[in-house]
Ligand binder design. Structure first.
Ligand code: HEM
Ligand SMILES: *[C@@H]1O[C@H](CO)[C@@H](O)[C@H](O)[C@H]1NC(C)=O
Ligand SMILES: *[C@@H]1O[C@H](CO)[C@@H](O)[C@H](O)[C@H]1NC(C)=O
Ligand SMILES: *[C@@H]1O[C@H](CO)[C@@H](O)[C@H](O)[C@H]1NC(C)=O
Ligand SMILES: *[C@@H]1O[C@H](CO)[C@@H](O)[C@H](O)[C@H]1NC(C)=O
Ligand SMILES: *[C@@H]1O[C@H](CO)[C@@H](O)[C@H](O)[C@H]1NC(C)=O
Ligand SMILES: *[C@@H]1O[C@H](CO)[C@@H](O)[C@H](O)[C@H]1NC(C)=O
Ligand SMILES: *[C@@H]1O[C@H](CO)[C@@H](O)[C@H](O)[C@H]1NC(C)=O
Ligand SMILES: *[C@@H]1O[C@H](CO)[C@@H](O)[C@H](O)[C@H]1NC(C)=O
Ligand SMILES: *[C@@H]1O[C@H](CO)[C@@H](O)[C@H](O)[C@H]1NC(C)=O
Length: 345
């Protein structure tokens, strides 16, 4: 009697330890959808290509969406949620309001995925895949070379979607263009990303656009900026007014994913205060110089850092859900239709 009771207790303890262990160690991998949605990578790739063919800037917007998703409660699709009566979404938080874009494109990609594999692929994973495909697309599309060796990586998947958003977390976690090098290091460090990752990921600014309001003080009030460059930007970004006027972030090659962002920094042509902080006589100077001189080194480190960023605190196993509509959490009815994922503990 005693012995079997001990055995049951022991077994129960093992179960608890085991399930704790497996949820702490739940890892993303590249084969998660191999059985349940083998076409997901090709469907997303084609849909991203379509979105970028319609509007080149979408590559930048999709890359940034994944970043802004991952920095707030992990890569859980929380940025895609619209406001509800129960929570304020992240879309109007400081760094996002009137700034992040690409939500219609994500809806379109999601519906193309749903058409083939219904209720299987999370919105958080779609963001991660679309970010990679965007980078690849602007590396080869404009250079017209497919084997140049632009950055690419195998996207790890298996994330699930959040059932809430974190407005205040978006306000506190997303870096500001007024940040110092120390503040940038700390914001990425808070997300378990290294200084090296931070510098490599900043190369995302080799594509895309920014509003005058985000770089005005840098071009009017700061001295660590090339004066010809500052003057030319002032032409479309007035000292007052024109807050939404756009400039390319990498003014030289704004639609090509290359190392020009770092080359610009060496000649004090960073657009944001925060960009130029990476080459301003501090500890980031040497890595910036390496990337400016060696594009392959940037590509390799960027790919590695994107995987690291994509691993920030994902929901896995039976946590969260797989949303059917990326903008809304599932209704109870929808969730009762979705088979809970089988979890072997
Ligand atoms: C290092 C800290 C960072 C700061 C302070 C920062 C800040 C900004 C700001 C202020 C804008 C312009 C927003 C606007 O005008 O509405 C922007 C745009 C952008 N950022 Fe960052 N960013 C950072 C890191 C990153 C990272 C890690 C990535 C991706 C790997 C990234 C990708 C982009 C892209 C692609 C755009 C252009 C988006 C578009 O054209 O729609 N940024 N960023
Ligand atoms: C990928 O992850 C899923 C979920 O954690 C797991 O079931 C599957 O065995 C993993 N595949 C590999 C090859 O590790
Ligand atoms: C649709 O899904 C099936 C099964 O998941 C897969 O075999 C097929 O390749 C997919 N087709 C497309 C066009 O994605
Ligand atoms: C194409 O891009 C334009 C903006 O340039 C946008 O207004 C439109 O909705 C996009 N259309 C599609 C089908 O994505
Ligand atoms: C808000 O939460 C309540 C209780 O969980 C739920 O019944 C209701 O549907 C939610 N409303 C929205 C808009 O999600
Ligand atoms: C977002 O921007 C709009 C202006 O477009 C403004 O009315 C609103 O107050 C802003 N939201 C927040 C939360 O700051
Ligand atoms: C929101 O984000 C902040 C900053 O990361 C975090 O401290 C807080 O726990 C989050 N809140 C919720 C409800 O997830
Ligand atoms: C530049 O600095 C001056 C003095 O501190 C300030 O009054 C002005 O608003 C600043 N201008 C911009 C565009 O930041
Ligand atoms: C920028 O904004 C100002 C003021 O709103 C406007 O007059 C000007 O035409 C804009 N310039 C460009 C290049 O868009
Ligand atoms: C450039 O970086 C790559 C990748 O890190 C490295 O293999 C190569 O040796 C570097 N080239 C030079 C000239 O330093």
């Amino acid at each position: 009697m005693m012995r079997s009771k001990r055995m049951i207790e022991c077994f129960a303890l093992m179960l608890v330890l085991c399930s704790c262990w497996s949820s702490v160690n739940a890892q993303l991998n590249s084969t998660f959808y191999d059985e349940t949605c083998p076409g997901v990578f090709s469907t997303v790739k084609a849909a991203v290509k379509q979105a970028i063919a319609n509007e080149t800037r979408m590559a930048a917007s999709l890359l940034r969406l994944h970043f802004h998703d991952c920095f707030v409660n992990g890569c859980d699709g929380s940025i895609l949620l619209d406001d509800t009566a129960n929570f304020t979404g992240e879309k109007t938080a400081g760094a996002n309001n009137n700034s992040v874009r690409g939500f219609d494109a994500i809806d379109s990609i999601k519906s193309q995925v749903e058409a083939n594999c219904s209720r299987v692929v999370s919105c958080a994973d779609i963001l991660a895949i679309a970010a990679r495909d965007s980078v690849v697309e602007v590396s080869i599309y404009f250079l017209q070379i497919t084997d140049l060796g632009g950055p690419t990586w195998s996207v790890l998947v298996g994330r699930r979607d959040s059932t809430t958003a974190n407005f205040s977390g978006a306000n506190s976690n997303l870096p500001s263009p007024t940040f110092s090098l120390t503040e940038l290091i700390s914001a990425f460090g808070d997300q378990t990303l290294s200084v090296k990752d931070m510098i490599a990921l900043s190369g995302g600014h080799t594509i895309g656009q920014a509003r005058c309001t985000t770089f005005r003080s840098h071009i009017y009030n700061e001295t660590n900026i090339d004066s010809t460059f500052a003057t030319s930007l002032q032409g479309s970004c007035p000292f007052s007014g024109g807050d939404d006027n756009l400039s390319s972030i990498d003014v030289q090659t704004s639609t090509t994913f290359d190392n020009q962002y770092y080359v610009n920094l060496l000649s004090q042509k960073g657009l944001f205060h925060s960009d130029q902080e990476l080459f301003n006589g501090g500890s980031a100077d040497s890595q910036v110089t390496t990337y400016a001189n060696n594009q392959s080194s940037f590509f390799a480190d960027f790919a590695e850092a994107m995987v690291n960023m994509g691993n920030i605190n994902p929901l896995t196993g039976s946590s969260g859900e797989v949303r059917t509509n990326c903008r809304k959490i599932n209704s109870a009815t929808i969730n009762s239709l979705v088979n809970a994922p089988v979890v072997y503990e």
